[in-house]
Write a protein that binds this ligand. Structure first.
Ligand SMILES: Nc1ncnc2c1ncn2[C@@H]1O[C@H](COP(=O)(O)OP(=O)(O)OP(=O)(O)O)[C@@H](O)[C@H]1O
Length: 249
């Protein structure tokens, strides 16, 4: 059975008619998007098309001018929801003067983790991103890629039922990228819902469904196969361009 057929009646993410304006500029224009439990959903769109803005509305960091956003059945924004999903922003929200361990402990406490479970989860999350050897290093001494990996470890720390990841593999080398994708696949099999943005076409192919965003509008949704069929294209890259993408996905 596909994850969609197996889903419960209430979508994990329920975005309806969402519009977001900055001054006179409409950055999201009437976006409606439902993501079901256990789906791995990828948002694709040219730079500046509105992906991060949509992610920020989902996570409650920003508020829509029109329309509604519900996550796990709850209207957003809602502070208490922070414990129920993991969020990796595009820019790393880390404390540079603290070590990785101290950062993890800080965010773990926000998620309600402590004691033995905190230690176990810290080890497990750092193993996934291959940073166990750098636990006691100050984050200011981390490279850009290491910071991305630590941000991902923080998003995974509390084993949330929903993960929202804004370009999670940018700056991560191909070998680790593959192992992170394997881990995302395993989490999805365990029922975790994952929404992510990507510019990488082979990552898009691994998603259950994709949403293409262009100039603040959702121009197509469907499985990678459906998207290719809709556009009569042989690859997601061609489909993306045919469905109004751009040179850069
Ligand atoms: N706080 C803000 N104030 C004004 N304009 C904003 C604000 N946030 C985003 N924008 C504008 O909204 C548009 C969409 O931005 P957004 O970050 O959502 O794009 P994106 O699709 O995530 O791009 P990228 O792939 O480059 O990350 C851009 O033109 C951006 O300049």
């Amino acid at each position: 059975m596909s994850p969609i057929q197996a889903s419960s009646a209430v979508p994990v993410i329920d975005v309806r008619g969402v519009t977001r304006r900055f001054g006179s500029r409409t950055v999201l224009d009437g976006v409606t998007l439902l993501v079901e439990r256990g789906e791995l959903f990828g948002l694709l769109g040219p730079s500046g098309s509105g992906k991060t803005t949509l992610i920020k509305l989902m996570t409650g960091i920003d508020r829509a001018d029109e329309g509604t956003v519900r996550m796990l059945g709850e209207p957003m924004p809602k502070l208490a929801m922070l414990q129920r999903f993991g969020y990796m922003a595009q820019s790393d929200a880390l404390y540079g003067e603290l070590t990785a361990k101290e950062n993890l402990t800080f965010f773990g406490a926000l998620y309600g983790l402590k004691g033995e479970r905190m230690n176990k989860r810290m080890q497990a999350a750092m193993a996934i991103v291959d940073l166990e050897a750098h636990l006691n290093k100050a984050v200011s001494a981390y490279s850009g890629g290491m910071k991305r990996r630590l941000s991902l470890a923080i998003a995974l720390l509390h084993e949330p039922e929903l993960l929202v990841l804004d370009e999670p593999t940018v700056g991560i080398d191909p070998v680790l990228r593959q192992s992170i994708w394997r881990e995302l696949g395993d989490m999805r099999k365990r029922g975790t819902t994952i929404v992510l943005t990507t510019h990488v076409m082979d990552e898009a192919e691994k998603c259950d469904r994709l949403g293409l965003i262009r100039d603040g509008k959702l121009t197509a949704t469907g499985s990678p196969e459906e998207i290719k069929r809709q556009s009569g294209s042989a690859s997601i890259e061609d489909a993306f361009i045919a469905l109004g993408g751009g040179a850069r996905a």
